[in-house]
Write a new protein. Structure first.
Length: 121
């Protein structure tokens, strides 16, 4: 990695740390349900750096990324699609839930994540 890449990686890590300390309500709620291997002993990380991105939740063992999308994603659909494609090319599966999904149907979201991890989805 050249100097520019290292500096960018450092910036990403700092931003991820900031994001963890300033999570949205929906992210905090979902984190409470997936942390500490609560879903079939799969370990998730939050605000995880997968260069050059930061993803909301990642289970590296299962190559699964979970994104919780709020209003900040409005108007950024094309960027999000490109980002998803790059992550898929790197071997990850990306699933998205809206803030409303998480806030209003946490158990349904967790059940869906479990199905994906088990290969039932």
């Amino acid at each position: 990695m050249d100097k520019i890449d290292r500096e960018f990686l450092k910036t990403l890590r700092e931003r991820a740390r900031h994001n963890r300390k300033n999570s949205t309500q929906a992210e905090t709620l979902l984190w409470s349900a997936v942390r500490r291997n609560q879903i079939d002993d799969y370990h998730f990380y939050r605000q995880y750096v997968i260069y050059p991105f930061i993803v909301d939740f990642c289970c590296p063992k299962a190559q699964l990324i979970v994104e919780v999308d709020g209003s900040s994603h409005l108007g950024k659909e094309e960027y999000d699609e490109g980002r998803n494609e790059t992550l898929k090319e790197a071997g990850f599966r990306v699933i998205h839930y809206s803030n409303q999904d998480v806030m209003n149907n946490l158990q349904g979201v967790v059940d869906h994540i479990r199905d994906v991890l088990r290969g039932d989805e």
